[in-house]
Ligand binder design. Structure first.
Ligand SMILES: [Zn+2]
Ligand SMILES: [Zn+2]
Length: 77
């Protein structure tokens, strides 16, 4: 899908706070997305999380993992 998601260059990315289902605390991981995949009609907010996940065949959690791998970070808490 988008290079911004899979290889974050820093400048254009918008930060989306991922809501974890069933999470007890307000720890929301941050997912960098370009404006298109974040806010447009084909983006996370345009389609809704479920629609987005269906359209791109990837969940927000998987996306997060891939971004973290790309950035060379684990989940630091
Ligand atoms: Zn994008
Ligand atoms: Zn967002």
């Amino acid at each position: 899908m988008c290079s911004e998601v899979l290889g974050v260059e820093g400048s254009e990315a918008e930060l989306h706070h991922v809501r974890r289902y069933g999470a007890k605390r307000a720890t929301s991981p941050i997912l960098p997305l370009c404006p298109i995949h974040h806010r447009s009609n084909d983006g996370l907010h345009g389609l809704g999380v479920k629609g987005f996940e269906r359209k791109y065949s990837i969940t927000c959690e998987e996306l997060l993992e891939r971004v973290n791998q790309k950035l060379g970070k684990g989940n630091e808490e």
